[in-house]
Design a protein around this ligand. Structure first.
Ligand code: NAG
Ligand code: NAG
Ligand code: NAG
Length: 180
């Protein structure tokens, strides 16, 4: 038989949960943890965070099969001086014959500061910002490490803007269930 909890007990349990999982406070979206962050990429120059590893073997105007690596900055805000959180490291392969803008991506969000310091999230899937560059890219959160072990969820990304001709900022919303 279950024993009803007194309000004081419930408050104590809530307190324990908050102490054990301070930054994993669910925000009401199906008990999912919500992360809102920005990816800062430098496209060219001495501090480029992205590199084209090979062009398309098809030549011509095709981008099919081209491969890039990224090691972008993860920050709390769109401002390049906002709180640094870690890196977005990954591979992008152009993998759509019909729509050259679409990539198949494998991404690790590597947190080295902030609430999730030491943990990673794995975000994989198709990336296509569309002809006007304004589409929302939805990908699956398929796992993680540390605080994000057995994470499951989804991520939504949009191009936020180009602060300078050689930089691009992406806005990312992640909804993650941890340990499900
Ligand atoms: C690269 O980064 C360093 C360190 O932040 C900075 O001093 C330098 O000016 C940057 N170089 C370019 C080309 O932006
Ligand atoms: C590439 O695209 C341009 C513009 O559509 C076209 O004029 C050119 O012939 C194409 N080049 C090749 C090699 O397909
Ligand atoms: C992040 O974790 C590393 C490794 O445990 C530690 O050295 C560093 O001080 C931490 N940084 C912050 C801001 O907590």
């Amino acid at each position: 038989m279950s024993t009803p909890c007194s309000p004081a007990t419930l408050a104590f349990l809530a307190f324990l949960a908050a102490v054990a999982f301070p930054a994993a406070a669910a925000d009401g979206n199906d008990g999912m943890t919500h992360l809102h962050l920005y990816i800062h990429e430098t496209i060219t120059g001495a501090n480029a965070t992205t590199a084209l590893l090979n062009g398309s073997p098809l030549g011509g105007n095709s981008s099919f099969g081209s491969l890039s690596a990224i090691d972008d900055e993860l920050r709390e805000g769109s401002d390049p001086t906002s709180q640094y959180l870690g890196r977005a490291e990954g591979l992008l392969v152009q993998a759509d014959l019909g729509s050259p803008a679409a990539s198949c991506t494998i991404l690790s969000l590597v947190f080295t500061d902030g609430d999730y310091n030491g943990s990673t999230l794995v975000v994989n899937g198709r990336s296509d910002f569309g002809g006007d560059g304004k589409a929302v890219v939805e990908r699956g959160v398929v796992g993680g490490t540390g605080r994000f072990r057995r994470a499951r969820g989804y991520s939504l990304m949009t191009k936020f803007g180009n602060p300078t001709p050689s930089t691009v900022v992406f806005e990312m919303e992640l909804y993650v269930k941890i340990g499900v």
